[in-house]
Design a protein around this ligand. Structure first.
Ligand SMILES: NC(=O)c1ccc[n+]([C@@H]2O[C@H](COP(=O)([O-])OP(=O)(O)OC[C@H]3O[C@@H](n4cnc5c(N)ncnc54)[C@H](O)[C@@H]3O)[C@@H](O)[C@H]2O)c1
Ligand SMILES: [Zn+2]
Length: 358
């Protein structure tokens, strides 16, 4: 097991990463000494939530499980209301805690509920997807979707502890597992050359879900994110580096009505960003090629997504407008180092996006 303390301005908390962490979970809860624990999960992950409930039974706590329907559509005001009613029924008071057991959907929703209930109760994150472990469970962003806008309703609410039990990964469906590597490559290209090299050397082991290799990779991802969150908890500046690949990526998701998965879209977005950087002489061709090769070896091949370039470009323009023309491009300069706030001429964006979709 490895352990790291994320030191955010609103308080530090441990992130534990390993396999079969039931005992560690019980210790964490015992130390927190909550007056009650409410477990929020989804219908697919319920068996894990039951394990969590068993693990903390020894702590002499009243616990209950609330399972919401699996899927992004549950990240809604309706389900938020459901979770809040559950906390009310369980009589969770200010000394109680919420335990989120699931992927990013459950984590974001339960986190928001925890930040609101009694004006904020403690949250323990038990992420069960690779994406949630490497990204969404750390950093304190919570939220639900509006009718038309993703993550529009949310808060910053840091967990009191994150317990990433990699054993959960074994039951993950293959596409979701693979897609999460887009975020892993994001950290590597934008922030951590050593991680990039580790991934290059070990892609086959990772695809086979070798848990000890995954533990090393997860640690480096969380360390990279922790570094940024410590500097910019509320996403006013440097945290934007975590948007590497997300400008064109989000546009592709929006232009295809979210038919393209987030991971695939981010992989596309990183390919676009690197090509733009090359066109602007900000990076070398080797950056583009080695990023392409790594994505390919992690099961994110360079097949152009089926999308209308005009729509993707329109979505990028909308993003720019939303930021009042302030540019959001994160540009790789070399492997392991990207820069935020680059402004890109429209002609280059048009050319690269159109070519990447051909
Ligand atoms: N808060 C943040 O900083 C942040 C960052 C990135 C993404 N997100 C959010 O995270 C969400 C995506 O997260 P996700 O990819 O984990 O999706 P998810 O939570 O919807 O999980 C994907 C699917 O896997 C199932 N599942 C979860 N764990 C499993 C397991 N161990 N075995 C088998 N099946 C399992 C779920 O039931 C679901 O069907 C999005 O809503 C996104 O907006 C948030
Ligand atoms: Zn992302």
């Amino acid at each position: 097991m490895v352990r790291l303390i994320l030191d955010s301005p609103s308080g530090g908390y441990p992130v534990l990463m390993g396999t079969n962490l039931q005992r560690e979970l019980r210790n964490v809860i015992t130390r927190m000494d909550p007056t009650g624990a409410a477990i929020v999960t989804d219908t697919n992950v319920r068996p894990w939530a039951v394990k969590v409930a068993k693990a903390i039974k020894g702590a002499g706590l009243k616990t209950a499980i609330h399972a919401i329907p699996a899927g992004e559509r549950s990240k809604s005001m309706l389900q938020l209301q459901g979770v809040l009613s559950f906390l009310e029924r369980q009589q969770i008071d200010r000394g109680g805690c919420v335990i989120a057991v699931g992927g990013g959907m459950v984590g974001d929703l339960a986190g928001l509920a925890a930040s609101m209930w009694q004006r904020g109760v403690r949250l323990v994150a038990v992420p069960t997807t690779l994406l949630a472990m490497v990204d969404s469970s750390v950093g304190g962003k919570t939220g639900v979707n509006g009718r038309r806008s993703k993550n529009a309703i949310g808060s910053f609410w840091q967990p009191s502890a994150v317990i990433s039990d990699l054993a959960a990964i074994e039951t993950l469906p293959a596409p979701g597992y693979r897609d999460a590597f887009a975020e892993v490559v994001k950290y590597a290209v934008a922030m951590d050359r050593g991680l990039f090299e580790l991934l290059e050397r070990n892609a086959p082991r990772l695809l086979e879900r070798d848990l000890s290799m995954l533990e090393r990779v997860l640690f480096r991802c969380v360390a990279a994110k922790a570094l940024i969150v410590a500097k910019d908890e509320r996403d006013r500046g440097p945290r934007a580096i975590l948007n590497y690949g997300h400008t064109a990526g989000h546009a592709l998701e929006a232009a295809t009505g979210f038919r393209v998965t987030h991971g695939r879209a981010v992989a596309f977005g990183m390919r676009v960003a690197a090509r733009i950087a090359l066109a602007m002489d900000l990076c070398s061709k080797r950056v583009v090629d080695s990023q392409d090769a790594l994505l390919g070896s992690l099961g994110l091949p360079d097949t152009a997504p089926r999308a209308d370039p005009k729509r993707v470009l329109a979505a990028i323009a909308l993003d720019k407008k939303a930021r009042r023309g302030k540019v959001a491009w994160v540009m790789p300069r070399r492997i392991g180092h990207a820069e935020i706030g680059h402004s890109v001429p429209g002609a280059i964006i048009r050319r690269v996006v159109t070519r990447s979709l051909a």
